[in-house]
Design a protein around this ligand. Structure first.
Ligand code: FES
Length: 147
């Protein structure tokens, strides 16, 4: 059994410990806001925050997360919406929306470390892909959220 914390709740998974965190979150915990894009670490659609660091959940097994604190996009929903989500709306940074949760998690982790991150630092830290082409607007939104 693998135990860790997701969105401030203790969880336990009776799954193969090598199961990628992405699938434990989506299939066992029903936290489907974390998206499957490429499955090999390229796109960032599966980004979650683990102990304050933005991590691609398709690349880590649940065994590697044992005892750690995982935050998913669901924690930033409803009453607890993040300023970055509001900034993305203001900047028109959402197109099809599939990549949005991953960008929000990557941006939120960066802003927690450095709320005044400039465009270059944002572009270096947030290397997610947006096939629709909203990337520049998303970077503007992250910058705006830190102001
Ligand atoms: Fe994990 Fe693309 S699904 S990086």
């Amino acid at each position: 059994m693998t135990r860790f914390t997701v969105n401030d709740r203790p969880v336990q998974f009776l799954m193969d410990p090598e199961t990628p965190l992405l699938w434990a979150l989506r299939d066992a915990a029903n936290l489907t806001g974390t998206k499957y894009g490429c499955g090999n670490g390229d796109c960032g659609a599966c980004m979650v925050i683990i102990d304050g660091e933005a991590i691609r959940s398709c690349l880590v097994s649940i065994a590697e997360v044992e005892g750690r604190f995982v935050t998913t996009i669901e924690a930033l929903s409803g009453d607890r919406s993040h300023p970055l989500q509001q900034a993305m709306v203001a900047e028109g940074a959402i197109q099809c929306g599939f990549c949005t949760p991953g960008f929000v998690m990557a941006g939120a982790a960066l802003l927690a470390r450095n709320p005044r991150a400039g465009r270059e630092e944002i572009a270096q830290a947030v290397r997610n892909l947006c096939p629709c082409g909203a990337g520049p607007r998303i970077i503007r939104a992250i910058e705006r959220a830190g102001r």
